[in-house]
Design a protein. Structure first.
Length: 396
């Protein structure tokens, strides 16, 4: 039966995403309702967030928890339980766009300049990477998203066909807080670098964006650097010759990158390159950066800093293995439902990370949130039983 723990869980969501902001997102997407319904749009949106928070609980159980909690925090009155088919129809009416609108209007980097664990030499550390999520095996999802081995190229031997279609998520993450600041959701066949161009909309001056060796193409470099953000990316081993334009005292050098179609080398981009090894006889790593001032941004510090990129791997583990659930498959049988469910998971992950940062700051030492367990926070959000309505204190 629903109880106090569900009040707390809903209270967390309602505090991070208040009713007024929910209504704004719904109205902005033209989903405001002209008549009263058993399942109003606001309740349906909170319900989809509940599906993410209580994943993989059944539909009707999640609906009971959410409505009990919403009544207790004063966001809805008397209500009777709908049929499961009514919930499906209500989700279809709402669509996925209000979730994306809510995300765009609510989610921001959370670290403050005083949070030294989130910055390096005054730059906010960010990372970009991609991951894939298994989704329900329906003809509609397979057609919209595809799967590994599902669409072989003409004349090529097909890969082993994956058991499920997959949606690809490419995210921009604040390394210090693990907040997914922006995301692009695409079909499996879309290359990460193609989807990643959209993330420039959330990059800002004062950020340093880290990315792995699949990303440093000239086109993407231009798009991201135009945002004013600084870049630090690993280069694939044999991708460029990187002839030096100018050697720098710290062993790094300035070089010019050209696109594959720029055969006359007329539209190059000057970057700074550095090479290093973790072991004397180990693999050689090459990094490229927009930070050309070797005195202000020493090469040895950049090499050490690059390991922060792994924070995004941990973030995706939180989202997929812990929040969605290891081995779980998203239940939505339509592409719109998949988008809706994924944005719901991203919104819930952000709400949990807000709570974790508040808990870290409530500590007298303002500890790094990395010292807190995401899984513990998720369990608290799902199970805590002795809290007043609409309260979710940082010390919980």
């Amino acid at each position: 039966m629903p109880g106090a723990r569900d009040v707390v869980s809903v209270g967390l969501l309602a505090r991070v995403y208040p009713a007024a902001e929910i209504e704004r997102a719904i109205a902005a997407c033209g989903r405001s309702e002209q008549r009263s319904r058993l399942l109003p749009a606001r309740l349906v949106l909170y319900f989809v967030l509940g599906l993410a928070l209580f994943s993989p609980d059944p539909y009707l159980e999640v609906m009971r928890k959410m409505t009990f909690g919403l009544r207790q925090v004063g966001l809805m009155g008397a209500w009777r339980e709908p049929a499961k088919s009514s919930i499906f129809l209500a989700r279809r009416r709402l669509g996925w766009e209000p979730f994306r609108e809510l995300f765009a209007g609510s989610v921001v980097p959370l670290a403050e300049p005083s949070d030294t664990w989130a910055f390096w030499r005054g730059l906010r550390l960010m990372a970009v990477d991609g991951t894939c999520v298994d989704i329900a095996d329906t003809p509609a999802n397979d057609e919209a998203f595809g799967r590994h081995g599902g669409r072989p190229k003409p004349g090529k031997r097909p890969y082993k066909r994956a058991a499920f279609p997959q949606a690809r998520i490419v995210g921009l993450v604040e390394c210090g807080t693990h907040v997914i600041v922006d995301a692009a959701i695409t079909e499996y066949s879309t290359h990460e670098t193609t989807a990643a161009k959209d993330l420039a909309r959330s990059m800002r001056p004062g950020m340093l964006v880290l990315a792995d060796r699949g990303y440093p193409g000239v086109g993407l470099w231009r798009v991201w650097s135009a945002s004013g953000a600084q870049l630090l990316m690993r280069l694939a081993t044999k991708r460029h010759s990187l002839a030096p334009d100018q050697l720098l005292p710290d062993g790094s050098w300035l070089t010019t990158l050209y696109g594959y179609t720029d055969r006359r080398h007329e539209h190059g981009i000057q970057v700074r390159a550095l090479r290093y090894q973790l072991e004397p006889d180990g693999e050689e790593y090459t990094l490229l950066t927009t930070l050309t001032d070797h005195e202000r941004y020493p090469g040895n510090e950049l090499a050490a800093l690059y390991t922060e990129r792994w924070e995004i791997e941990t973030t995706f583990k939180e989202l997929k293995a812990q929040q969605i659930g290891a081995g779980e498959v998203l239940a939505s049988k339509t592409p719109d439902g998949v988008h809706q469910q994924l944005w719901g998971h991203l919104l819930v992950h952000y709400a949990l990370r807000v709570h974790m940062l508040e808990a870290a700051r409530a500590n007298s030492e303002n500890i790094d949130p990395d010292r807190l367990s995401f899984m513990t926070c998720l369990r608290v959000a799902r199970r805590i039983t002795m809290m007043p309505p609409a309260a979710f204190p940082p010390s919980a």
